[in-house]
Design a protein around this ligand. Structure first.
Ligand code: ADP
Length: 257
C-alpha cells in the first residue's frame, strides 16, 4: 500500500507539472499578467492538496509494519485530496481550453424545462437530506438551441453552490421563464449571500469570498468562471444580485439560439 501510495503521489506531481507547463506554453491570447496570475493561483491550489497527501504518506512510512486498518485515517485523507486534485485538474483544463478555440460547443434543439427538471431531480433529495427546501417552477415552454451538456453543467454549478452556501432551513428556488423572447433561468437561495464588496468579483477565477469556508464546503473558486464562460459562449448573460432579506439570485438569459 505504501509503494502504491508513493507511486500515486509521484504520478500526481508529474501530472500537475505537465498541466502547468501546458498552460504556460499556450499561445498568449489574454495579457501576460493574467497568464502569470493564473499559473500562480494554480500552483497555490495544487500545493495544498499535494502537501496534505505527502504528509499522510510520510506518516504511513513512519511505521510500515502497521496494518492498513490502523492507518485508514491517513489513507482516507490522501484519497480525499486525490479526488479534490482530480476535480481541480478537470476544472482547470476546462478553463484553459476555454481561453483558446479548442472547446467547441455542439448545439441541439431541446426543451429547457425538461432539462432543468431532470437536473434538479437528484438535488431535491439532497436538499431534503440537508433539511433545506428546493422548489422548481418551470414556465419556459419553448425549445432552445444550445449545447445541452454545457447547460447541464451550468445548472449543476449553480445548484451545487446554492447547496454549498446555504444552511439548514434555507430555501433554494429554480425558476424558468420567457422574457423578451429569451429563456430566463433564475437560481435563488436564502443562504449566506455575497457581500457588496465582492459581488463583482465572484466570476473571477479562483475567487472565493472566504477561502477557508469555501474549501470546507468543497469549493475551489472555478465553478462560476466556468458558468460565465458557458453563458458567454451561448451569447447570453449571467448576473448575480442580492436576495431579500438574505441570500443570492443568479439570473441567466439565453436567446433561443
Ligand atoms: P467555489 O467552488 O468556491 O464555490 P465558485 O466559482 O462557484 O467557486 O464561486 C466563487 C465564490 O462565490 C464562492 O467561493 C462563494 O464565495 C461565492 N458564491 C458562489 N455562489 C454563491 C451562493 N449561492 N451564495 C453565496 N456565495 C456564493
Amino acid at each position: 500500500i505504501l509503494i502504491v501510495g508513493v507511486i500515486i503521489f509521484s504520478i500526481m506531481s508529474i501530472l500537475a507539472s505537465l498541466i502547468l507547463s501546458q498552460i504556460t506554453m499556450k499561445p498568449v491570447k489574454k495579457s501576460w499578467s493574467r497568464q502569470v496570475e493564473f499559473v500562480e493561483n494554480v500552483s497555490h491550489e495544487l500545493r495544498t492538496p499535494l502537501t496534505i497527501i505527502q504528509n499522510s504518506l510520510e506518516l504511513l512510512l513512519t511505521s510500515p509494519e502497521d496494518k492498513i486498518i490502523d492507518r485508514s485515517e491517513s489513507i482516507a485523507i490522501a484519497l480525499d485530496e486525490t479526488s479534490w486534485l482530480s476535480r481541480l485538474i478537470t476544472d482547470m483544463l476546462t478553463l484553459a481550453r476555454s481561453d483558446s478555440t479548442m472547446t467547441e460547443i455542439h448545439k441541439d434543439l431541446f426543451s429547457l424545462d425538461a432539462l432543468v427538471e431532470t437536473v434538479c431531480q437528484p438535488y431535491m433529495d439532497l436538499a431534503e437530506s440537508q433539511n433545506k427546501v428546493l422548489e422548481v417552477n418551470l414556465h419556459c415552454p419553448m425549445n432552445i438551441n444550445a449545447d445541452k451538456s454545457r447547460i447541464h453543467q451550468l445548472l449543476v454549478i449553480l445548484l451545487d453552490n446554492a447547496l454549498k452556501y446555504t444552511d439548514e432551513k434555507d430555501r433554494i428556488s429554480v425558476d424558468t421563464n420567457i422574457k423578451d423572447n429569451k429563456a430566463v433561468i433564475t437560481v435563488s437561495d436564502t443562504g449566506m449571500g455575497i457581500s457588496d464588496e465582492n459581488i463583482d468579483k465572484i466570476f473571477d477565477r479562483f475567487f472565493r469570498e472566504d477561502k477557508a469556508r469555501s474549501r470546507e464546503r468543497g469549493g475551489m473558486g472555478l465553478g462560476l468562471s466556468i458558468a460565465d464562460w458557458i453563458v458567454g459562449r451561448h451569447g447570453g448573460t449571467i448576473k448575480v444580485t442580492h436576495n431579500e432579506p438574505k441570500g443570492s439570485i443568479f439570473t441567466i438569459k439565453l436567446s433561443k439560439g
